[in-house]
Each structure stands twice: as structure tokens, then as C-alpha cells.
Design a protein. Structure first.
Length: 334
């Protein structure tokens, strides 16, 4: 009996040690991005030295996507933990993909804020297109159907009573190829986002017909989202992740680090550093230093997505937000 008791004790101890070891394993977080520099994931990867909890409570894998709509599939298949969805893809994921458990956890960037940059829609300088109404019968290039720039473009054309398929044709192309699409006359209008929109050659050859601000006003353009089940299961690690992210974001937004930031941008994009004097200034999109999203604006944006027919029913954004992670993380800096 004594032998059996000792054996059972040893087995239980071994089991507890195994459970403890598993519990101590860092939580795997996969974070998405689309556009270099503009999306925080591409920049966070370059300042891992500021991430105190990385490799301890969590690990981080950065994954690039062509646009935000494919992230919906990745979230649904548990191939992505934190996605930088935009104001159209969030409601699409919630309503059309059935992920009612999605939660907005932080800001990434906003568009249309007074005194800040707004994404542009360009035509060739020698183009006869002078107004939005002139786009009737034309070919318009977007990155992915249903993306934020795509929805803003459709919203602007609707103001001139122009509708997709009936009055114009939409084609998809990666942001870096937009200039070539216009030059080769494969498209009559292109969508241009930072940093691509500031390419000197592109600006020489184009005219901005309108921007996202003209189409939508202020937009909570991009935000980080995660599924409730993952948040609840890994809350401590997620707060650590948000703390590290906040520290890195504030470092990038600090004017004292601007020269080094420009060099990091150059490294990522393989372009001259002097082309990035605009980054994280008022020549850029607005980024909240506390990573707090504007939920009221987001609600208005999602209502527009519904009006354009991408979703059927109104979504209450406040019910799909959990800002406690970033708020708890921010308290650690006080």
C-alpha cells in the first residue's frame, strides 16, 4: 500500500508539473498587417527590444495580408489572434461571417481628422476626368472589394448617383502596383494610401480627385480586434501584449525619435529615409497615443457600410468592444 501511495503521489506530482509547465508556456499571438509603416504590426516588429513581456507571457508572429477581408477567414479558422480590421470588414465579420464574439480592443489609425492626412483617389494628370461624375463608364482600382478604401470610394460615387457594375467597373490590385495600373491605362482611377501615395513619381503623374474625408468625413479607419474567447482565456497575456504595444507606439510617436523612425521606415520599404519626414506627424493619418478607438465615429462608419448594402442589419458597436485591455495596460505607465 505504501508503494502504491508513493507511486500515485509521484504520478500526481508529475501531472501537476506538466500542467504547470503548460500554463507557463507563452501565449501565441498572431498579428496581421497590410501596408508597411501604416499598420502598427510592421513597425512593432522593428522595436521588439521595447517589448518587456515578449517571449515571457506571449510570443508574436507578424502575418501580412493583401487586404483586410481575407483576415475574416483567418479569424474564423483560428489562424489569427489579433487582426487589424477596418470599419467595413468588422461588420462583415460580425454579421456575414457569424463572428458575434469579435471585440474591438484598440485603435490603429483614423482618417479625416482635422489637420491630418486622408487617403487619396487619383487620376492621371492628362485624364479628362475632372469630377466624380466623370467616372461613369470608367475602371476603378481598389486593393480588395469590401476594404475601407473600397467602401469610401463607393460612398463617394454614390453621392454622384453612380453604382458599381451599372455605372463603373471595379478591379483589384495591390497598393504598390497602383501607379503602374494608371500609367498603363488599366485603370482610370486608383486608390492611394500612405506610404505609396507620397511616391514622387506617382505625384508628378497624378491629380487627386477626392479623398476619404470627402467621402466619409472622419473614419475609425483601422482597429485591432480579437475574439472574446481568446481574450477571456488569455487575458493576462493580452494585457502584457497591449502594454508592450503601447510602449512601442508611444516611442514611434515621440518627435525625439523621428530621425530613427525615418530610418526604420526606409529599412522596411527599401526607400530613402528622407521620403519619410511625414511619418507619425500631422502629415500622416491620426493615431491615438493611448490606442483608444473612437467608437462613436466607428458606429457612424458601420452604419454607412449597412447603407451601401454590405450588411443587412444595424450593429451596435459598443456591444462589440472591449477596451479594458488597453485601459489596464495604460495604467501601468502611471
Amino acid at each position: 500500500m505504501r508503494f502504491l501511495k508513493c507511486a500515485l503521489f509521484a504520478l500526481c506530482a508529475a501531472g501537476l508539473m506538466t500542467v504547470s509547465a503548460r500554463a507557463a508556456e507563452p501565449v501565441k499571438i498572431r498579428l496581421s498587417w497590410v501596408v508597411p509603416v501604416s499598420n502598427w504590426a510592421s513597425m512593432i516588429e522593428q522595436k521588439k527590444d521595447l517589448a518587456k513581456h515578449l517571449g515571457k507571457s506571449y510570443t508574436l508572429e507578424i502575418i501580412r495580408f493583401a487586404g483586410t477581408p481575407p483576415m475574416i477567414t483567418a479569424l474564423a479558422n483560428n489562424e489569427l489572434e489579433v487582426a487589424n480590421l477596418t470599419y467595413p470588414t468588422l461588420p462583415l465579420a460580425i454579421q456575414n461571417a457569424g463572428m458575434d464574439d469579435l471585440r474591438v480592443i484598440s485603435d490603429e489609425f483614423q482618417d479625416g481628422n482635422k489637420g491630418y492626412y486622408s487617403n487619396e483617389y487619383m487620376v492621371a494628370k492628362d485624364s479628362p476626368i475632372k469630377t466624380v461624375a466623370d467616372l461613369k463608364g470608367k475602371v476603378l482600382a481598389t486593393n480588395v472589394a469590401g476594404s475601407a478604401v473600397d467602401v469610401a470610394m463607393r460612398a463617394m460615387l454614390r453621392k454622384s448617383k453612380l453604382e458599381d457594375k451599372r455605372d463603373y467597373t471595379i478591379i483589384e490590385a495591390p497598393f504598390p502596383t497602383m501607379g503602374a495600373m494608371l500609367a498603363q491605362k488599366k485603370a482610370d482611377l486608383i486608390t492611394a494610401v500612405l506610404p505609396f501615395s507620397l511616391n514622387p513619381d506617382l505625384r508628378k503623374a497624378t491629380t487627386t480627385l477626392f479623398n476619404t474625408r470627402d467621402a466619409m468625413g472622419v473614419t475609425q479607419f483601422s482597429m485591432w480586434v480579437a475574439r472574446k474567447g481568446f481574450i477571456d482565456k488569455n487575458r493576462a497575456a493580452m494585457v502584457d501584449f497591449m502594454e508592450d504595444s503601447l510602449r512601442i507606439v508611444r516611442w514611434y510617436l515621440d518627435p525625439a525619435n523621428h530621425k530613427e523612425v525615418m530610418e526604420i521606415c526606409a529599412k522596411i520599404t527599401k526607400q530613402p529615409a528622407e521620403r519619410f519626414d511625414w511619418v507619425f506627424t500631422n502629415k500622416d493619418n491620426y493615431r491615438d497615443p493611448n490606442m483608444m478607438p473612437d467608437l462613436k465615429t466607428l458606429q457612424n462608419n458601420v452604419d454607412t457600410v449597412r447603407d451601401l448594402g454590405f450588411i443587412k442589419d444595424r450593429i451596435d458597436i459598443a456591444a462589440h468592444a472591449d477596451l479594458s485591455l488597453v485601459q489596464e495596460a495604460a495604467k501601468r505607465f502611471k
